[in-house]
Design a protein around this ligand. Structure first.
Ligand code: AHR
Length: 505
């Protein structure tokens, strides 16, 4: 096309619903995600409610977190939940062998986690232990959490101070069972998944989505094995997971620095981020063969950037900074997720606080809380939750450059129509490291009666927030939007993300 790039959106052609659970989160017993992140203990000087940081809970309000996955990750397959209930002083200790080989005192356990999700108004996603646990242990955990009558586990819960059962909508059947979760072969895991899922019961009206541990990246044989055993959608589990991370280098050498990167690495990271759509699409295709009705959901329950840890920090704690580059990686993922809303029922970014692509970083010395650029993308995109996906076609005047073997257009976009039909949300990314970009929003099918536009960027591609500069990367009104004969025209600064909320007549 000639002239500025165009983003064509048919506002009257809503597609699949983007489940709010696509904006889900993940909190593992890893580094300072739980301890020092969510949980500081009742004796801390940091304001807390029963040990849970009030500022963290408050900061997460704007993200409308729909679900929180816990306690792992790899930790889940060595966690024994009964060690984390009862009086804290009497809880046994264990070694967290995956993450820093540190001693875990179990002071944050089932009651503390459920307190956190209730405080935040989010759904619990309990990830159970298949690798080193037992069927009985997993079965009893769900009974403990969700049963109302005087069953043995419900009675034990009451003894520990909680009268009413909790609601637990999501139950994970192991984690990365092909790796840290037990080094299993697909056929071994499939048998265990069937067995464990059978004994994870629905008590007292608690409806469960059991999520079988799925593939790493492009391991389509793993998905094939699970789906072959799914009996045409009547498997004892209701969803299968997938994990896919974004780095610029191999783990064995260096995954890349979070803050020091060249322009080449900027584009490489963004190209890798767009690659996440490929395993989503291809695992979905495998699933379609066995489950054309799409009754089994695909859950990307770990995604995000994985960089080298910050210099001087514990390599086992996975603490990394978060820059404008991370915000665009997140934005590109969401554009892809919206396009696959018909099969992708949930995703969980790894992880919410202080680990990998975090929303919140807390300062180890002062305890100060910093919101990351990724936090702001989640907040700006929150309006896509439970909205209907709208196709957003890109018409670019130039051929996209090929980066890492893939065409990488310098613009990305996605859109959705709110459930009440009265508004739409458009997400736009300018991936160009140094040039602004003018875009025409070609809006068809509905009358646009008003708009509100917000932009997120920083001075450089590596700009980030820290306690001394908490707003170096923060949302601001996008003032360049003007009316255009096709709809609206907007100029995005270099390396920026923007949202435009449209009021519809
Ligand atoms: O999110 C960090 C780790 O990455 C998780 O524990 C594991 O499942 C994955 O390998």
């Amino acid at each position: 096309t000639d002239g500025p790039a165009r983003v064509v959106i048919d506002l009257d052609l809503p597609g699949a619903t983007i489940s709010r659970h696509v904006y889900g989160h993940f909190a593992e017993h890893l580094g300072h995600c739980i301890y020092g992140g969510f949980f500081v203990g009742e004796d801390s000087e940091i304001p807390n409610t029963r040990g849970i940081r009030q500022d963290v809970v408050e900061a997460l309000r704007a993200l409308r977190i729909p679900n929180l996955r816990w306690p792992g990750g790899c930790f889940a397959d060595e966690y024994h939940w009964k060690d984390g209930i009862g009086p804290r002083a009497q809880r046994p200790r264990m070694v967290n062998s995956h993450w820093g080989d540190v001693v875990e005192d179990n002071s944050f356990g089932t009651h503390e986690f459920m307190d956190l999700v209730e405080m935040r108004g989010t759904d619990a996603y309990i990830s159970g232990n298949v690798g080193s646990g037992t069927v009985q242990e997993m079965s009893e955990w769900i009974e403990y959490l969700t049963r109302a009558d005087d069953s043995p586990m419900a009675a034990l819960r009451r003894q520990n101070g909680r009268e009413e059962p909790w609601t637990v909508p999501f139950s994970g059947i192991g984690n990365e069972s092909w790796g840290c979760g037990g080094n299993m072969r697909p056929e071994d895991y499939v048998a265990l998944a069937r067995q464990y899922s059978t004994f994870v019961r629905e008590h007292a009206g608690n409806r469960l989505t059991r999520i079988a541990a799925g593939a790493n990246n492009d391991d389509y044989a793993w998905t094939e094995a699970l789906m072959r055993s799914a009996d045409g959608g009547r498997a004892p589990w209701q969803a299968i997971s997938l994990h896919h991370y974004t780095s610029t280098g191999p783990a064995s050498v260096s995954r890349g620095s979070a803050t020091e990167f060249s322009e080449e690495e900027w584009y490489l990271a963004l190209s890798r981020a767009t690659r996440t759509e490929e395993p989503i699409a291809r695992h979905s295709t495998v699933m379609d063969r066995y489950d054309p009705e799409r009754s089994i959901g695909l859950v990307l329950d770990e995604w995000g950037t994985w960089w080298d840890v910050e210099p001087g920090t514990n390599p086992g704690f996975l603490y990394q900074q978060n820059t404008v580059r991370d915000s665009l990686v997140a934005a590109l993922h969401f554009d892809g997720f919206h396009r696959h809303a018909d099969r992708l029922v949930m995703t969980n970014i790894a992880q919410t606080v202080n680990v990998l692509q975090a929303m919140i970083l807390t300062d180890p010395d002062s305890g100060a809380l910093v919101l990351t650029p990724t936090y702001h993308v989640f907040a700006m995109n929150a309006g896509h939750q439970d909205a209907s996906a709208l196709a957003a076609y890109l018409l670019l005047p130039e051929e996209p450059e090929v980066v890492d073997g893939r065409a990488l257009p310098r613009v990305s976009a996605s859109a959705s129509l709110a459930a009440d039909g009265g508004s739409a949300l458009v997400s736009l990314s300018n991936l160009d490291a140094s040039a602004p970009r003018t875009l025409v929003l070609d809006l068809r099918g509905r009358e646009v009666t008003g708009y509100e536009a917000t932009v997120l960027t920083g001075e450089t591609t590596a700009a980030h927030n820290d306690p001394d500069h908490p707003d170096a990367v923060a949302p601001a009104p996008l003032t360049s939007v003007v009316a255009h004969e096709r709809g609206l025209e907007a100029t995005l600064p270099p390396h920026s993300f923007a949202t435009v909320r449209l009021e519809l007549g």
